[in-house]
Design a protein around this ligand. Structure first.
Ligand SMILES: Nc1ncnc2c1ncn2[C@@H]1O[C@H](COP(=O)(O)OP(=O)(O)OP(=O)(O)O)[C@@H](O)[C@H]1O
Length: 472
């Protein structure tokens, strides 16, 4: 965003970039051509004690070993007031302590200084278009003061900006709130994700045309949660009252836990990060009732299946299956997640506030609701388990040059279990991991792989199995 420099004169209140808080406000002290000097508002009062030979002061922002070597470790500011204070302090050596103000003066290009809003309502504005200056510091400041007052949502015209509260706020999304927004005109009520869903729904019904809502933001911003709120609202307004059994809207909503179990994982930034993109389509009939739904997914992060870094996790479903009831763990010949190579590359196995055993059963129930049969569910979890066993295969050098064999009995066991779970021929599976087929126009050549090549082949198979399962 370009700064509005023509509105700035000496004495103006302005915003300037700051390394620790992004933007800090202050007063324009001097304008010299394209250069500007600003006294920022974060000056601090600091007390120091007197030591006769060296003055050694530690404050939050700077260290001084003698009055001659004063300097701020955070910014290269001019410590004018501070140095003066030391000098006067030396003249009155009877004083044992003094208080001075550490002033932050910032010298920067005038083009990087932004005017500060002066006639600003206490709680900020609910629509950014009401701001006199629409620039980054102004927008962020408005969001920050609204957030302090628990107002997560702000409009910019017909775009909704949501700030992640990182805490459960059920009253903000309950049935009462949905009823409040149902039929309300856009802008009549406070900004809310339901208002966006309502307008999209109404325009679709009135205009008879498809409508879409785009949810975007960086990882952990709240896209998945926001999409769930939108779906919940649309299911609420387009629901069939009094319908028995599994309703389409229930199926739409229950698709979320299933998708999250297979497509979400803990990352450094988000304990439930979606590692894929999705396009959710909810179909309505002419009367605005939900008639069907389709979810298209794309770009699943395949590499996570075989490679994770501490403190991240692999896809949730692997941990859920290891925490399944004992008879199921036995059926899939699983055990502790720490015993599987695809999981034990990281030291993170459990998530705070998450019970994998409980979530396994919830995922199974959600699969029932969306119409995945018991037989299909069994097949799905067989593939999940087979990937864990596949990951435990290790290879050693074979007798022939550049060939590989299974390293030990443990690897043979895991290969056998993988073949059983995938219901495929053991030798064909082994062959596919230890050899590579090269197709030339004349012939098909089978070449042995060395242990490293076999490991790459193992990981490729695991990634392909998982991404095909996810796409199913
Ligand atoms: N409206 C909300 N109310 C309460 N908590 C929220 C809300 N939005 C997000 N969160 C919290 O923030 C976390 C991250 O949000 P979410 O998973 O939706 O982010 P995301 O943008 O989808 O991230 P990614 O791109 O990594 O998938 C959630 O697990 C939840 O704890």
């Amino acid at each position: 965003m370009q700064a509005t420099t023509e509105k700035i004169t000496v004495g103006s209140q302005v915003w300037v970039a700051n390394p620790s808080v992004a933007w800090i406000d202050g007063e324009m002290l001097k304008i010299d051509g394209t250069e500007a000097e600003i006294r920022t508002s974060d000056g601090k009062k600091v007390s120091c004690s007197y030591a006769p030979i060296n003055i050694f002061i530690l404050c939050t922002n700077f260290t001084i070993s003698s009055e001659k070597k004063a300097g701020c470790q955070l910014c290269a500011c001019k410590l004018t007031e501070f140095i003066d204070a030391i000098q006067s302090f030396n003249q009155f050596q009877l004083l044992t302590s003094l208080t001075f103000r550490h002033i932050f003066n910032v010298v920067t290009k005038l083009s990087k200084v932004y005017p500060k809003e002066m006639d600003y309502p206490d709680g900020g504005v609910d629509d950014m278009t009401k701001l006199s200056y629409l620039h980054e510091p102004g927008v962020l400041h408005n969001l920050a003061i609204r957030y302090e007052r628990d107002k997560l949502y702000t409009y910019t015209g017909n775009i909704l900006i949501a700030v992640n509260p990182f805490q459960s706020l059920p009253h903000l999304y309950d049935a009462h709130m949905m009823e409040k927004y149902k039929g309300a005109e856009f802008g009549d009520l406070s900004p809310h994700v339901f208002a966006i869903a309502e307008i999209a729904f109404r325009e679709m019904v009135n205009g008879g045309k498809s409508n879409s809502i785009l949810v975007s933001g960086e990882s952990g911003a709240g896209k998945t949660e926001t999409t769930k709120m939108l779906m919940r609202y649309l299911a609420h307004v387009g629901g069939h009252k009094g319908t028995e059994g599994r309703t389409v809207e229930q199926q739409v909503l229950e698709s979320n836990p299933v998708l999250e179990a297979f497509g979400n994982a803990k990352t450094v930034r988000n304990n439930n990060s979606s590692r894929f993109g999705k396009f959710v389509e909810i179909q309505f009939d002419k009367r605005g009732r939900i008639s069907g739904a389709a979810i298209r997914t794309y770009l699943l992060e395949r590499s996570r299946v075989c490679q994770i870094s501490d403190p991240e996790r692999n896809y949730h479903c692997f941990y859920l299956l290891c925490a399944a009831p004992p008879e199921e763990v036995k059926k899939y010949k699983l055990g502790d997640p720490t015993s599987f190579h695809y999981l034990n590359q990281s030291n993170c196995y459990e998530l705070v506030g998450v019970n994998d055993a409980h979530d396994y059963l919830a995922t199974r129930r959600a699969m029932d609701t969306i119409g995945i049969s018991q037989k299909e569910q069994d097949a799905i979890f067989r593939v999940v388990a087979s990937i864990l066993h596949l990951g435990n295969l290790e290879f050693a050098k074979g007798e022939e040059i550049d060939s590989a064999i299974l390293k030990d009995e443990k690897s043979k066991f895991h290969l056998q279990v993988t073949a059983e779970l995938l219901m495929c021929d053991l030798h064909a599976l082994e062959d596919s991991l230890l050899k590579r087929l090269m197709v030339t126009p004349e012939e098909v050549i089978k070449r042995s792989l060395d242990p490293q090549g076999a490991t790459v082949s193992r990981d490729s198979l695991a990634k392909t199995l998982y991404s095909r399962l996810f796409d199913w």
